[in-house]
Design a protein around this ligand. Structure first.
Ligand code: SAM
Ligand code: DTB
Ligand code: SF4
Length: 327
């Protein structure tokens, strides 16, 4: 049977999502072994190149200007700082460097020109380069591609139904539109979501269904657990459990076998035992480095020790491209 499908029905997705957890993890592991290199994990590093002061009202986000959070807003970083951070990331074993900006959308100005320079420099270092800058026009996507961008992160975050409870300053359709501009420019799409936003299982199922029925599956699917940041409307949300993370990861793995499924925000709260369960359920990518964008992340030495303990190997840069060139 062909496992790579984008015609999943919502009922099929629900049946997978609702399987007994260990059976679900086992099925996901079978798919994982068939389509991915077992025990290989992609190590990515994030850098916030423009922090805080964002006009959007995403209720989970510490960078929205509407909430009183302890973020020091800062303009776009100088190119030199980004180069240094990328070199440091490469030296510590990252093969993908992801730059995030707290923008609603990209504007055609000097800042965008500088971002394009950042993309060129990181690409020249041989790393995969990803950016997450908010909404893009088709022309901006093409300019990013020409500068050497590997992937663009633009999360759906939750279901279309729950979206309006979390964000009111843009629509689900806006989100899907940018994703399609990115795909048309032949840039890999990185798109996933956050759990712990007060959504139901049905919302989780619907979001996974939307991702898995895109014309082309995202190349990577980040699964974030909400980091409840003080001052945001979601500051009092309960932390999600490892069982919920496993269920999301395993379902994503079965629906989108070739995608890199990334155990993203929330990993800092997870002991190695919990992270191991997520890798067993089909996660094969992480963010490493002391910070995500504005919040703390796992200690790099502890991550190295975890790789050693679990026998995980970091994935080389541009593996898909290298593989495609060989065949
Ligand atoms: N402004 C751009 C955008 O919204 O696409 C790019 C940066 S934004 C911070 C990138 C992603 O970070 C969001 O889509 C969301 O999924 C994730 N994120 C932000 N705050 C988070 C939090 N407190 N917990 C978990 N994930 C979070
Ligand atoms: C993604 O899905 N998670 C990352 C990355 N893509 C850009 C961001 C997580 C941000 C967590 C909150 C913070 O550090 O500000
Ligand atoms: Fe702005 Fe992105 Fe944060 Fe939303 S998630 S407030 S768009 S930085």
């Amino acid at each position: 049977m062909n496992d790579i499908r984008n015609d999943w029905s919502i009922e099929e997705v629900r049946q997978i999502f609702e399987m007994p957890l260990l059976e679900l993890a086992y099925q996901a592991s079978l798919i994982h072994r068939k389509y991915q290199t077992t025990a290989e994990v992609q190590v990515c590093t994030l850098l916030s190149i423009k922090t805080g002061g964002c006009p959007e009202d995403c209720s989970y986000c510490p960078q929205s200007a509407r909430y009183n959070t302890e973020i020091d807003a800062a303009g776009l970083l100088p190119l030199d700082d980004v180069r240094d951070a990328a070199q440091q990331a490469a030296a510590s074993g990252s093969t993908r460097f992801c730059m995030g900006a707290a923008w609603r959308r990209v504007r055609n100005n000097k800042d965008f020109d500088r971002v394009l320079d950042m993309v060129r420099e990181v690409n020249d270092m041989g790393m995969e380069v990803c950016a997450t800058l908010g909404m893009l026009t088709p022309e901006q996507a093409v300019r990013l591609k020409e500068a050497g961008l590997t992937a663009y992160n633009h999360n759906l975050d939750t279901s279309e139904k729950h979206y309006g409870n979390i964000i009111t300053t843009r629509t689900y359709a806006d989100r899907l539109e940018t994703i399609s501009h990115v795909q048309n420019a032949k840039i890999s799409v990185c798109s996933g979501g956050i759990i712990g936003l007060g959504e139901t299982d049905e919302d989780r199922i619907a979001m996974l269904h939307t991702l898995a029925t895109l014309e082309e599956h995202p190349e990577s699917v980040p699964v974030n657990a909400l980091i409840a940041v003080e001052g945001t409307p979601l500051e009092n949300q309960e932390r999600v459990t490892v069982w919920e993370m496993m269920r999301m990861i395993a379902t994503a793995r079965i629906l989108m076998p070739k995608a890199m499924v990334r155990l993203s925000a929330g990993r800092v709260e997870m002991p190695v035992t919990e992270q191991a369960l997520c890798f067993m359920a089909g996660a094969n990518s992480i963010f490493a480095g002391e910070k995500l964008l504005t919040t703390a992340n796992n200690d790099i030495d502890q991550d190295k020790a975890m790789f050693e303990l679990l026998g995980l190997k970091p994935r080389v840069a541009h593996k898909t491209k290298l593989h495609n060139a060989e065949v």
